[in-house]
Structure formats: structure tokens, C-alpha cells
Design a protein. Structure first.
Length: 167
């Protein structure tokens, strides 16, 4: 219980201290802020205001899922639909997603960050899921913003390649 209270206080203070200018300073700071915005202990409200502050007005969240008979399907959402889908799936449960490794490629004001993630029920707990986020970021006058996040969870018959598991 004491551990859960400390985590809640730490997340609340981190969120309260979130500064959009700092969050948008670099592609890496945008990615880090996005993970913090959707992570938290059971019962804690997620920081969708922070997520909106680092996202372009027309941001898209695209989830890739596997079809039972093979192949894939995608679900593309704007930010409000993503927030609703997140609440429908996660609700008030504890959920912590963090970056395991990343690769950044880009030119000028356009950058792609391939970010390997792990999802946990608590910080330091065994991951229950891993996958790859593909962030497309664009730099504007007020810093970097997410234009698109495209992601897919790892599957038992389709593990993440080793190149995405190393820093």
C-alpha cells in the first residue's frame, strides 16, 4: 500500500510539473511524455491534457491487430476516440507503459521514432505485453508534436526482432 501511494504521489507531481515546452523540446522528450501521460496506478486519472499538448491538432492513433484467420486489421482514431478506447480497455486499472529502446530517423522537421515498449501492472513488475510504437513527429514553431502513432503488440508466433530490443 505504501508503495502504491508513493507511485501515485510521484506521478501526480510529475504530471503537475509537466511543461509543454519541455515535453516538445526533442523527439525523445515527446515520446517520454506520451508514455508518462498514459501510465499510472489504479484509480489515477491519466493525463490526456498532456498527451493533447504534445499532439498535432489532427493527430492519428493507429492500432494494428491480428485477424483470427491471419492478416492484420487497423483501427485509426483521433485523440478523443483514442482517449475513449483507452478508458474502455484500461479503465481504472493500473497500467504502466515504458520504453525499452528506440531508433530515431529523420530529416529536417520530420522524424520517425521506433520505440519498443513494455506494458506492466506496476513499475518493476514483469511485463504482460511488448510491442513497437512508430511515432511520426513534426516540428513546428512551438516544438515537436506527434502527428501519428502506429503500434502493434508482439505475438507469441511473431516476436519482436532483436534489433528493436537493444538500445
Amino acid at each position: 500500500m505504501k508503495h502504491a501511494i508513493l507511485i501515485a504521489v510521484a506521478l501526480a507531481s510529475t504530471s503537475a510539473m509537466a511543461d509543454p515546452a519541455t515535453d516538445r523540446a526533442t523527439p525523445e522528450s515527446v515520446v517520454a511524455a506520451s508514455y508518462l501521460a498514459i501510465s499510472g496506478p489504479a484509480g489515477a486519472k491519466r493525463d490526456f491534457t498532456r498527451l493533447e499538448a504534445i499532439s498535432a491538432a489532427d493527430v492519428r492513433f493507429v492500432m494494428v491487430t491480428r485477424e483470427p484467420g491471419g492478416g492484420t486489421a487497423t483501427r485509426s482514431m483521433g485523440i478523443q476516440d483514442f482517449e475513449k478506447a483507452y478508458e474502455d480497455v484500461i479503465g481504472g486499472r493500473a497500467f504502466f507503459e515504458s520504453e525499452l529502446s528506440h531508433r530515431t530517423e529523420g530529416f529536417g522537421d520530420v522524424v520517425t521514432v521506433l520505440s519498443t515498449y513494455e506494458s506492466r501492472d506496476a513499475p518493476g513488475a514483469q511485463p504482460f505485453a511488448r510491442g513497437l510504437n512508430s511515432y511520426q513527429l513534426v516540428k513546428g514553431t512551438d516544438g515537436w508534436r506527434i502527428q501519428t502513432i502506429f503500434w502493434e503488440d508482439e505475438a507469441p508466433n511473431d516476436p519482436l526482432p532483436g534489433k528493436y530490443l537493444r538500445p
